[in-house]
Ligand binder design. Structure first.
Ligand code: ACM
Length: 542
C-alpha cells in the first residue's frame, strides 16, 4: 500500500494510496474519448520530449474521458499498475487531472528535453479533486514593463501548472500602451514606449535613462488567447480608463484635458485623465470594439481605478457634461462614464469588469468587481449585488515585499510572506450564504513597476503563487504546515521548469537592487490609508 501522496500543490480533495505502481514506458499508449482529444494532444507534447515516451494513440496505458457525473472542473485520477485513467467533468477537469499526473512523475519529466531515461514510475493511487472557486486568477501587468509574447506564454503554462484559470492582462497604463488598435496608429507609435523608467519607488527620483517599450500586435494577442484557451485559461483583457490613460493622451492629446506631454516615466498615478467629451467616449468605444474582437470572453476590463478628478474640476467641457447630464459634480463623472461603457459592452454581449472604485456612485448592473483596496470592498460589492473577485492588496499583491530582509529587491508595499498569502481567503468574514455565492474567487496581482524581466516576475510570483493556488483551489481550513512539508518537492518541480523563484531562505546577494530603492510600508499604516480610501464606499453602503 502506498502512503497517500503528500507533495501535490494545490492539494487535492482526496488521495487514497493503493498497492504497486504504474510505469510509463516508450510503448505506453494514450487514448482519449470524445471531448478529451485536445488534452491528450497537450499531454503527449508536454511529456514526450523529456521522458522519451511518445505516447502513441492506442488502448491500454493512459486513458482520458469525460465523466458527466463529476463536477465541471473536477477530475478523478486512477493510477493502477495496469494503467492510468483520467476522468473529468469537462475537458478542463481532464486537463487538471493531467496536470496532477505531471506532478506525480519525477521532476525530470517536466523538463523540455530528456536528461534521464527514467524509470517514470507513478505510485498507484486514486485522487478525486475539484476546485473551490470558479475564478482562480492572476493579473499580469504588461503595461509598466512589457513582456514578450514568449514570456507571457511561459507564465500561462506556470499558472495552469497550479490549476489557475484566469489571466487578467493589464494592457494599458500611464507608462505604456501595449495593444495595437486598427485606425489608431499613434497609440503604439507614441504610446507604447517611454524615454526612461523610474528606478525604484517614488520619493527617490532616480531614473534609468533608458527607453522602454513594446506592444502586442493583433496576431500576438490572438496567439496568447488561443494558447491560453488550449490550457483552459480565460484571458480577461483590461484597458484602464478614464484614469491611468497618460500614454494614450500622449499619443492623442485631444483625448485629454489640455495635457501635451510624454508617456509617463515615473511610477504612481497621473493626474492626466481622459476628458468626458463625445470624442473621448467614441475613442473608448472603438478601443473596446477591437478588444471584443480579439478577446472572446464575456468579461472586458475597463479598469476604473485611481482616477483623479483634478483636471475635470477645471475643465469647461467637464462642467458642460455635468450640467447636460444633471450630475452633482466632478465626482459623478466617472460613474456616468463607466455606465456608458457598460451599455456599449452590452451591445456586444459582454459584461464590464472593473476595479472596486466603480462601486462609488453605483456600478452598472451586471458589472463584476475586482476588489483590491483591502478586504472591505469585497463585502461592499456583494452587498450591492455584484459578483466579485477578491484581490486585496494586503493579501495577494505579489509585487509587495516577501520579508523584512533589506536585501529584498525594491521592497515595496506591506510585508506579504508565503504564510500571509497562504492565509488569504477570498470570502470575508460575516457574509451570508447568498452573499458569499457572489464571490467568484480570488486573484493574485503581479504589478510590474519594479519587475522589468521574467526573472523578476518569477522571483516575486513564486513560490507565493503556489500558496495562492492552494487558497483558491482547496477547501477552507488549510494547513500551512502541510503545505510547507509539500513545498520542497514542489520547488524541485519549479527547478525543472526553470522558474527563478525566491529561495525560502531569503534573497541571494544578486537579488538585491541597491540601484532601485523601495519604500516598505507597515500594515497598520496601510490599513489606515485603505480605510480612508474606501470611505466613499461606506457612505454608499449606509
Ligand atoms: C490597483 O492596484 N490600482 C488596482
Amino acid at each position: 500500500m502506498n502512503e497517500p501522496v503528500t507533495s501535490l500543490i494545490p492539494l487535492p480533495r482526496a488521495v487514497n494510496g493503493s498497492a504497486g505502481s504504474f510505469r510509463l514506458e516508450t510503448t505506453t499508449s494514450l487514448s482519449a474519448d470524445p471531448g478529451a482529444e485536445a488534452v491528450s494532444g497537450w499531454l503527449r507534447a508536454a511529456l514526450g520530449p523529456a521522458t522519451g515516451c511518445p505516447l502513441p494513440p492506442g488502448e491500454g496505458g493512459i486513458r482520458m474521458r469525460l465523466d458527466p457525473g463529476l463536477p465541471p472542473e473536477g477530475y478523478l485520477l486512477d493510477v493502477t499498475p495496469a494503467g492510468v485513467h483520467i476522468g473529468g467533468g469537462s475537458a478542463a477537469g481532464v486537463f487538471y487531472g493531467a496536470q496532477t499526473l505531471r506532478q506525480l512523475l519525477p521532476p525530470a519529466a517536466l523538463r523540455r528535453a530528456a536528461i534521464s531515461a527514467g524509470p517514470w514510475e507513478i505510485p498507484a493511487q486514486r485522487i478525486t479533486d475539484e476546485p473551490r472557486f470558479a475564478w482562480r486568477g492572476v493579473l499580469l501587468d504588461v503595461a509598466r514593463h512589457f513582456m514578450p509574447v514568449s514570456d507571457v506564454l511561459r507564465f500561462i503554462d506556470l499558472a495552469v501548472f497550479h490549476k489557475l484559470n484566469v489571466l487578467h492582462l493589464h494592457l494599458t497604463d500611464d507608462q505604456g500602451w501595449r495593444i495595437e488598435v486598427p485606425g489608431l496608429p499613434r497609440l503604439t507609435e507614441v504610446g507604447s514606449w517611454r524615454s526612461a523608467s523610474m528606478l525604484g519607488s517614488r520619493g527617490h527620483e532616480r531614473y534609468d535613462g533608458r527607453p522602454h517599450g513594446g506592444y502586442y500586435t493583433t496576431a500576438d494577442l490572438r496567439e496568447i488567447v488561443a494558447f491560453a484557451a488550449a490550457r483552459h485559461i480565460t484571458v480577461v483583457p483590461e484597458v484602464d480608463m478614464p484614469g491611468h490613460m497618460q500614454a494614450a493622451i500622449a499619443a492623442y492629446p485631444e483625448l485629454g484635458n489640455g495635457f501635451a506631454g510624454p508617456v509617463r516615466s515615473a511610477w504612481g498615478i497621473s493626474e492626466h485623465v481622459l476628458n468626458v467629451g463625445p470624442e473621448a467616449l467614441d475613442f473608448c468605444r472603438a478601443v473596446l470594439d477591437h478588444v471584443c474582437d480579439v478577446f472572446p470572453g464575456e468579461l472586458i476590463g475597463i479598469g476604473g481605478d485611481e482616477c483623479p478628478t483634478t483636471e475635470w474640476r477645471d475643465s469647461p467641457s467637464a462642467r458642460q457634461r455635468i450640467r447636460a447630464e444633471g450630475l452633482a459634480g466632478p465626482h459623478e463623472l466617472q460613474p456616468w462614464f463607466t455606465a456608458r461603457l457598460a451599455e456599449h459592452l452590452a451591445t456586444r454581449g459582454r459584461r464590464l469588469f472593473g476595479w472596486d472604485e466603480i462601486l462609488a456612485g453605483g456600478a452598472p448592473p451586471g458589472a463584476v468587481v475586482a476588489a483590491w483596496r483591502g478586504r472591505a470592498p469585497t463585502t461592499h460589492a456583494v452587498r450591492a449585488g455584484h459578483q466579485v473577485v477578491a484581490c486585496p492588496d494586503i493579501a495577494v499583491y505579489l509585487d509587495y515585499r516577501q520579508s523584512d530582509d533589506p536585501g529584498e529587491p525594491t521592497p515595496v508595499g506591506t510585508r506579504l510572506t508565503l504564510a500571509d498569502v497562504f492565509a488569504f481567503d477570498p470570502v470575508p468574514d460575516g457574509l451570508s450564504e447568498s452573499e458569499a455565492a457572489l464571490v467568484l474567487g480570488g486573484q493574485a496581482n503581479v504589478w510590474t513597476e519594479h519587475l522589468e524581466s521574467a526573472r523578476r516576475v518569477d522571483y516575486q510570483a513564486f513560490p507565493r503563487l503556489c500558496a495562492f493556488a492552494e487558497t483558491v483551489w482547496g477547501p477552507p481550513g488549510r494547513d500551512f504546515a502541510g503545505f510547507s512539508a509539500r513545498l520542497p518537492a514542489h520547488l524541485a518541480r519549479l527547478d525543472a521548469l526553470g522558474v527563478g523563484y525566491r529561495p525560502l531562505t531569503g534573497p541571494r546577494p544578486w537579488d538585491a537592487r541597491p540601484d532601485a530603492p523601495g519604500h516598505p510600508r507597515d500594515l497598520a499604516g496601510r490599513l489606515a490609508e485603505l480605510h480612508e480610501m474606501t470611505a466613499g464606499l461606506r457612505r454608499v453602503a449606509t
